[in-house]
Design a protein around this ligand. Sequence first.
Ligand code: FMN
Length: 232
Amino acid sequence: MQVYVTSPPYAESMNDASWRDRLRELPVFAGDLPEFDPDAAPADPLVLLEEWLASALDASVSQPHAMTLATADAMGAPSARTLLLKDITPQGLWFATLATSPKGRDLTENPRAALLLYWREQGRQVRVVGSVETGHRALARADFLARHPNARAIAAAGVQSEPIPGEAEYAAAIREARERIEAEPDFVPESWQTYLVRPAEFEFWQAARERDQLRLRYRLEGIGWTRDLLWP
Ligand SMILES: Cc1cc2nc3c(=O)[nH]c(=O)nc-3n(C[C@H](O)[C@H](O)[C@H](O)COP(=O)(O)O)c2cc1C
């Protein structure tokens, strides 16, 4: 492995025209984009999120429930990954994962997170920032038991994001987890957890014609939401 301390890799990549040109030629937002009138947006950003999600479903956006979750540990080291949005309630946005995973540990140390939903077919992005709470055990049980048996076995077999010692160990752990799930259909690992992101801030971003963009930010102030349009 070559370790560069100063500028060579950047300088080299700037001289390598092929990636620069290929990337520049890519279209960003082609086709029709939905209308967005920030003046007509609802006072509650969760209502707008529901409207946009319903519109993404109607428009057959691919995986509209896939979102990026960004967390940071106690030292502030950030990390991000894709997760599925599991529910929207008046309290906020829900996801589910293993509390023993790196993100679960981050959230124990630093229970704040950012979420990002990106619906490229509609030129839309929703950013959410908030505090994170764990859901009731009954919710975690219901969520886990609704998963496909294979997904349950994989989640129950090992410690998420730890290195796999070897192929044989992996196969044996999955087999044992499958057998356990068949023998005990109600089995739910202790570490399976649902999490609620209680939003303090939202930003709704809409690409518009002629490379323009609309950005509507909501901030929780006391018990109500303030709204601002942001410079692109
Ligand atoms: C589309 C998609 C959906 C995913 N959904 C979940 C999910 O709902 N829960 C989960 O724990 N991991 C999910 N993953 C896997 C995570 O991105 C990640 O690899 C895993 O949770 C480990 O993350 P961590 O090491 O940061 O804790 C999903 C990945 C993709 C690409």
